[in-house]
Design a protein around this ligand. Structure first.
Ligand code: ACO
Length: 326
């Protein structure tokens, strides 16, 4: 039985205008369209303008949501922003969103769970609504990974892009939409994907300072080994089988990796939604961007069940089965 008392009532996204193609990357580093497509499935990513930061993307996603669904955000009582690339350590991105929309009375906080951030934020919002203390929560996943990417490092610069997604989650005891959730972390793997902040060491190991650093192979192995099992655990917690879930929406890190997960897991690629091909890896924004593409293509319909599964730096993960109610 679901403990949830909330459902999604509106949804919007935003990606910056500038497109970075594989051909553009061929001019920056020694790589090729063939290598990138074969190893990652990526063709393009969107890149924020130099003066465009994560709060700008988040605000645009909220504006898109307001336009599409005719909702107001003036009465939200909490803003949660999942991001690893805030423009300030503080004030929070959520406070910037509050300020832009002049919301008179709301809580506001950022959370960092890397690429699992959007699903974590959704789960926290559901918990707040379940408590009865909150009635309407704005959940945003937004990233400007291009601003922490080293464009001289071919092993990372081909992967990442920028974007944002926003949902409104409202209390609804009669027809809740968040059916089951799991989360977890494997902190020992933190060294495989990091960006330094105040410290330049981790557990005695010197770190490379400044940009995002990753050990792609280790992440790949961890994801393939753990995510199929996590997906099965989540299905079992919801007392559902994979046939009852219309869409699997894993974090869009890499298409080949998602294929590897599906080879070992209960879903097939034709029931998997991704944003990886034309958006790259957008971390906390990748799941909402995949949902948006599916809504726009008419694939994702009200009443469908989606299994969202974020994973990444930490190494951390969070999965939720959600009934799509809009
Ligand atoms: N173009 C051409 N050659 C490249 C490139 C590139 N862009 N990048 C690496 N290579 C080369 C390497 O130098 C290496 O050459 P060598 O054999 O002469 O040493 C060769 O290609 C193979 O390199 P690997 O790193 O072993 O390549 P792999 O097949 O593992 O693919 C990749 C790399 C795509 C990064 C893969 O490991 C991967 O996708 N891992 C998961 C990464 C991921 O998902 N990260 C994000 C998760 S969390 C988050 O989203 C923040």
């Amino acid at each position: 039985m679901s403990q949830s008392k909330s459902r999604i009532t509106a949804f919007g996204t935003y990606v910056p205008e500038r497109i970075l193609t594989n051909a553009d990357l061929e001019k920056l580093v020694e790589t090729s369209d063939e290598w990138i497509v074969q190893r990652t499935g990526m063709k393009e990513r969107r890149i924020a303008a130099p003066d465009q930061y994560v709060s700008d993307l988040a605000i645009q996603a909220v504006e898109d949501m307001v336009r599409r669904y005719g909702v107001t955000v003036q009465d939200v009582d909490m803003i949660l922003v999942a991001t690893s690339t805030p423009e300030y350590a503080f004030p929070s991105t959520a406070s910037r969103v509050q300020s832009k929309f002049k919301i008179v009375s709301t809580g506001a906080l950022d959370l960092n769970a890397a690429c699992a951030g959007f699903v974590y934020a959704l789960q926290l919002a559901d918990g707040l609504l379940c408590s009865g203390a909150y009635r309407k929560v704005l959940v945003i996943g937004a990233e400007t990974l291009s601003k922490i990417t080293d464009y001289t490092d071919r092993t990372t610069c081909v992967l990442f892009g920028d974007g944002a997604g926003a949902i409104l989650l409202e209390r609804d005891e009669e027809s809740p939409g968040v059916l089951a959730s799991i989360s977890g972390t494997f902190g020992e793997g933190g060294i495989h994907l990091y960006k330094t902040a105040l410290s330049e060491q981790m557990d005695g190991t010197d770190l490379k300072s400044g940009c995002l650093v990753q050990n792609g192979r280790e992440i790949y192995k961890w994801a393939i080994r753990n995510i199929p099992e996590g997906v099965r655990t989540l299905l079992s917690k919801a007392n559902m089988n994979a046939e009852e879930v219309e869409w699997f929406v894993p974090h869009s890190a890499n298409l080949r990796m998602i294929e590897g997960i599906n080879e070992r897991g209960p879903f097939t690629m034709d029931r998997t939604l991704t944003s990886v091909e034309y958006r790259g890896n957008t971390s906390a924004a990748s799941i909402p961007l995949a949902l948006q593409l599916a809504v726009d293509e008419g694939r994702l319909q009200a009443g469908d069940h989606v299994l969202l599964y974020g994973f990444g730096g930490g190494m951390t993960y969070a999965g939720s089965i959600v009934r799509w109610t809009i």
